[in-house]
Design a protein around this ligand. Structure first.
Ligand code: FAD
Length: 371
């Protein structure tokens, strides 16, 4: 068993770190956070310098490294292709050519729209409808908290193609489609005032009698819920990497301070805290890499994935809170304040911590409950 990453991935980590150190200055990060703007310039630079590679391990360590320096700027580098895996795995050749290729080349921005005002954790509770009327698919409904919602060119949207057949089968009859944002009947409302990740764009989307061509139906009609769950198996790994990066970033700032300030590091409380944060960050890394390794070998383990996402997210919040507290005013007026706010979202999106815990419990009971 080898716990070391392959040489080319270690090299990739180094290159991404150099990129982030060069382009992510903290004044810039503060500007985009305070003004709640998407940092298009950072994304452009990342594409020009070939920072994004679609090899799964390269992407994982890229996310981890970018978030170690700054979460808001880091997210802008790869969030424009959020949800692309659905087209990659299920799209027709035409859909891949029209919608996937431009996103991967950095020419277009996409998003993934599942959450609604009435349904977040409970995906089976969505109420948006995509129904066939006179031979045409018509989409109606509201989506809430959609990343890239006001800057995207298109979204992958989950809606009901028919009512659920029974209360026990609420997750049946859901269908994904690719919806272009400039189509008639699509409107958006940028949401501001989020706690963290303010450089990331978030919007409410409204669909009013939107005509969706047959060729834009993504995957099998009626199987959307399963497609969403398959996607979460992938996206949760990358969220774990985001949280891990933030945790490592907080730890780095604590270590830097301890190295520079002898009075600070002479406190045993500081020493114990750094040891505790470092241990948790390393444990989060081991879980994330282990879950990733199963996924990347096309054998995802939902228990490990949920453990990684849950533990890394809590660790990111814990590490930034500890660093903020230990550094006092130094933390409160520097990027640590932003990092603390940015960390929290990883406990919410792509499955809240409680949902990850329920998944872990239910899967374990399914596997071992009979013992
Ligand atoms: C900045 C941001 C960006 C987002 N981007 C996207 C996006 O691009 N696409 C998208 O589709 N969604 C997106 N979301 C939505 C996100 O995935 C949801 O917020 C999340 O799934 C939680 O749903 P909810 O907010 O409706 O909370 P709820 O589901 O109402 O949950 C509220 C609380 O109750 C708990 N809870 C819920 N059900 C249970 C249960 N059965 N047992 C125990 N506890 C439970 C939750 O853990 C949580 O603490 C985004 C959200 C934010 C804040």
């Amino acid at each position: 068993m080898d716990f070391d990453l392959p040489e080319e991935i270690v090299e990739k980590k180094k290159r991404v770190r150099e990129f982030a150190l060069k382009h992510f200055d903290m004044e810039k990060a503060k500007y985009y956070d305070v003004n709640e703007k998407f940092p298009f310039e950072i994304r452009k630079k990342a594409m020009e310098e070939g920072i994004i590679e679609y090899d799964p391990w390269a992407l994982l360590v890229t996310i981890e490294e970018l978030f170690t320096i700054d979460a808001g700027l880091g997210f802008s580098v790869f969030s424009p292709f959020f949800g692309n895996e659905n087209i990659m795995l299920l799209g027709t050749d035409e859909q891949k050519k029209k919608y996937l290729d431009p996103v991967l080349k950095g020419e277009k921005i996409m998003g993934f729209a599942v959450t609604e005002p009435v349904a977040g954790s409970d995906v089976a509770g969505i109420q948006s409808k995509i129904e066939k009327k006179n031979g045409k698919w018509i989409l109606n409904g509201n989506k809430m908290f959609i990343t890239n919602g006001s800057i995207a060119d298109y979204l992958v949207v989950l809606a009901r193609n028919a009512p659920p057949p029974s209360p026990e089968k609420r997750h049946h009859n859901m269908t994904f489609s690719i919806v272009e944002m400039n189509w008639k009947g699509v409107s958006k409302n940028k949401l501001t005032g989020k706690m963290g990740m303010r450089a990331s764009d978030t919007a409410e989307i409204i669909f009013e009698n939107v005509e969706v061509p047959e060729e834009n139906i993504l995957g099998e009609v009626g199987k959307g819920f399963y497609i969403a769950m398959q996607f979460f198996n992938i996206s949760r790994i990358y969220v774990a990497a985001m949280a891990l990066g933030i945790g490592q970033g907080a730890l780095n700032r604590l270590i830097r301070k301890a190295g520079e300030d002898k009075e600070f590091s002479s406190s045993e409380y500081v020493q114990f805290t750094i040891a505790e944060v470092a241990t948790r960050v390393e444990a989060a890394r081991l879980l994330t890499y282990k879950a990733a390794s199963y996924l990347f070998q096309m054998n995802p383990d939902p228990v490990l994935t949920s453990m990684a996402k849950y533990y890394a997210a809590e660790t990111g919040t814990y590490a930034t809170e500890r660093a903020l507290s230990m550094l006092g005013l130094d933390g409160a007026v520097t990027e640590l304040e932003r990092m603390f706010r940015d960390a929290k979202i990883n406990e919410i999106w792509e499955g809240s911590s409680e949902i990850e815990e329920l998944t872990i419990y239910r899967m374990l009971m399914k596997k071992y409950g009979g013992i």
